[in-house]
Structures are given as C-alpha cells and as structure tokens.
Design a protein around this ligand. Structure first.
Ligand SMILES: *Cc1c(COP(=O)(O)O)cnc(C)c1O
Length: 378
C-alpha cells in the first residue's frame, strides 16, 4: 500500500472533456480558454480572470503587471514554495521575507508592521508589493494586511495556490476584495488540476489587459488595427512570453471546477476526522478562526521528532511531506545575505509535517496513519 500526501482525482467526465477538445479544431487559443476564465470569475465573483501555463507564470506576470522591476522591493511569507519569491527575481527586483504567525502558519500582520516601521525608521526603501500566501488553504488576515497596505502604500498579491474554494469574510478567496491580484495553481496536487496551469484574478481592467498581453508575447491583435493595416497585421507592444494555457487544459479545468465544492467539502470532513483523532495528544495543527473557511489543500501538524516520524511512516508506505523548507534557507538564496531573523518560521519548520489529504482518502486510512504515529511515540 502506498499513500501520498496529495493526489489528483480524475473521473470519466474529465477524460471525455479532454478527448472532445482533441477532436475539435482548437487545441490552443480556442473557446475553452474563455469559458474556463468566465467560470472561474463567476465562481470567485471577480470581473477578470486570465488563465496561464502555471501559477509560477501567474506570479511572474502579476509582478510585471504591477510594474515591479529593478530597484523595487517585494516581501513575501518566509513559509512558502520558492515560486512565491522567484517571481520577484525574474523581474530583477529585490526579495525579502516576513515571519509567520505561530498558530496560523500564515504571514503575521504584526511582524509585517514591525518590519515596515523598522525600515521606515532606518530610512530603508519600503516594499512596492507584498505577496501573501494563504498557507494550506487558509486565508491570511486580509483586513489587517489591507489596513497596513493603505498606510504604507504597497500592492497586495495573494498567492492563493493552495486556496481555490476557500473563503474569507463570507466570500470566496480570489474575489480580490482586499488585494490587487490573486492567483491560483492547477498543479495536480492542488485543489483542482489542469495538469499544469494557473490563473490571475483582478478587479482592475488595466492589470488584466497587461497580463493578457504579456501571456502571449506582448502581441496585440484587434479589429481596429486590422481594419487599418490588413487582416494579417499584429503588433508587439511589450516584451511578453508564451505563458498560454492550452484548450486541452482549459477543458479539463472546466470539468474539474464543477467538482471543486465537492473536493473542498470532503477535505474539510477529512480534516475534522484528523482533529478528532488527534484530540488528547500534544500534536498541534493549524488554527482556523471564525470568519475563515479553509480549502484544506494540506493538513499540517506540528510534531516532535518529525524527521524520524517521516521515515517511520515512509517505511509503512505513507509518504508525508514537509511544507516548506523556508525559502531563505535555500542555497540559491544565500547570495542575498538576508537578515534571517524569522524565529517563528524556523521553529515551525523543525516540527512541520503534512499528513495525507486528498479526495479519495478514507477514514480507515486516517486511523491507520494516526495510530502509526502514536505507536512510534510510545
Ligand atoms: C504550487 C505553488 C506554486 C506554483 O504553482 P505551479 O502551478 O506549480 O507553478 C506557487 N506558490 C505556492 C504557494 C504553491 O504551493
């Protein structure tokens, strides 16, 4: 038996949706792209959605759409996947991190404000944007962060790679009520999948237009310029990329999105089971306050002897995972000589373990996993 920390769920509807596209005229740049974008923007109640080839591409284009470039500073959560920070480096801007809250594992608004205040006092340059990460599917404290952003004048990008289907303040994450941009990932381990894929969401039409332009070489085609110059004419106006999603992927996404609420519901039920199975032990898990509804991309525990438990479970066919090795600890990031005073993130990292959580996991398997952990500790 092998149980992994996460995996996709693909049914026959998903398969026939992709096959239908294979039999159609458009494999890319076709009608499924607009349909998927419309469905996501309806789901999140946000006016603009721009699907791209990955969440990494979505983060990269988000930074470019906000004109982040050389000389600019961007901060993100110390506890995230490297893509949350790499996107800033792609734009030749400077990256730095903010420590997490020890109970929610999300960027800590108090630490953020302290760091801003300190930088201001020292006359250091302040960030142009802060990329918040809704870790494991739980929203950051967006009201507090919005308030700080208004005071210090930075943009907010939500790296909501984990959080499609999650809610905050009674609304779906991705609505952008408290941010400039939100992005989701459609990697197979995430909430729904397109194989590879991501989306940029915004209420701002200028940001949306720029993202759409940049995802396809910076090339503009319009009726207006064709009428003047000929039907064959196009103009490259920006240095863009090929970050397009294919219609095969969009069709899979459309079909998967229909099951998102079901996936989220099941993951919440499984999380509840874990809570119950862990009650009375000293094993801690993420605090979910009122007004927050997690999509439960991950079920993360804080546990002593983490490395040994990881190996023990692996020997029994249970493949847990560590989310994350703090980005500032990565060899590549050593060149930036960051201050490295992220105490909560360091403490969190030592004890963190992501237990299996996916749509087809069942209660018996959960009992087995927790029993193994408790047996190891006795
Ligand atoms: C998965 C993930 C990404 C990158 O997503 P891709 O679609 O694989 O590019 C970025 N940020 C976070 C927090 C992620 O978990």
């Amino acid at each position: 038996m092998k149980i992994s920390y996460s995996k996709q769920y693909i049914d026959n509807d998903d398969i026939s949706a992709v096959v239908d596209v294979l039999k159609s005229n458009f494999l890319t740049n076709g009608p499924k792209i607009n349909e998927f974008e419309k469905n996501i923007s309806d789901y999140c109640d946000v006016p603009y959605a721009c699907v791209v080839s990955s969440a990494t591409a979505a983060l990269h284009l988000s930074c470019l759409a906000l004109d982040i470039g050389y000389g600019d500073i961007v901060w993100t959560s110390a506890n995230s996947f490297v893509a949350s920070a790499n996107c800033v480096l792609y734009c030749n801007a400077t990256i730095d991190f903010v420590d997490i809250d020890e109970k929610t594992f999300n960027i800590c608004p108090i630490k953020l404000e302290e760091k801003l205040l300190e930088y201001k006092k020292l006359g250091k340059k302040l960030p142009k944007a802060v990329i918040v990460v809704h870790f494991a599917g739980l929203s950051c404290d967006m009201k507090a962060i919005r308030k700080i952003a208004n005071q210090y004048g930075f943009f907010i990008i939500e790296d909501a790679s984990h959080a499609f289907g999650g809610e905050y303040n009674g609304k779906k994450i991705g609505c952008c009520d408290f941010s400039d941009i939100a992005i989701f990932s459609f990697h197979p381990v995430k909430m729904i999948t397109t194989g590879e894929g991501g989306v940029i969401l915004t209420k701002n039409n200028k940001i949306a237009d720029k993202a759409i332009l940049l995802r396809s070489h910076g090339i503009v085609r319009s009726q207006e310029i064709e009428d003047i110059n000929g039907g064959w004419y196009y103009e490259q106006q920006l240095l863009g990329y090929n970050f397009r999603m294919t219609d095969l992927q969009a069709a899979l996404g459309i079909s998967q999105l229909k099951k998102l609420d079901l996936f989220v519901k099941k993951r919440n039920e499984l999380a509840k089971n874990y809570h119950q199975l862990l009650s009375g032990t000293d094993i801690k898990y993420q605090l979910i306050k009122n007004n927050y509804f997690s999509s439960y991309h991950l079920f993360v525990v804080q546990i002593e002897n983490r490395d040994k438990i990881y190996e023990y479970l692996k020997k029994h066919g249970i493949y847990t995972q560590i989310h994350y090795i703090p980005i500032y600890k990565q060899p590549y990031y050593q060149r930036f000589n960051l201050e490295n005073n992220f105490t909560n993130t360091d403490n969190y990292y030592k004890k963190t373990l992501s237990l299996p959580l996916y749509y087809e996991l069942n209660y018996e398997e959960q009992i087995n996993i927790i029993n193994l952990i408790l047996k190891f500790r006795n």
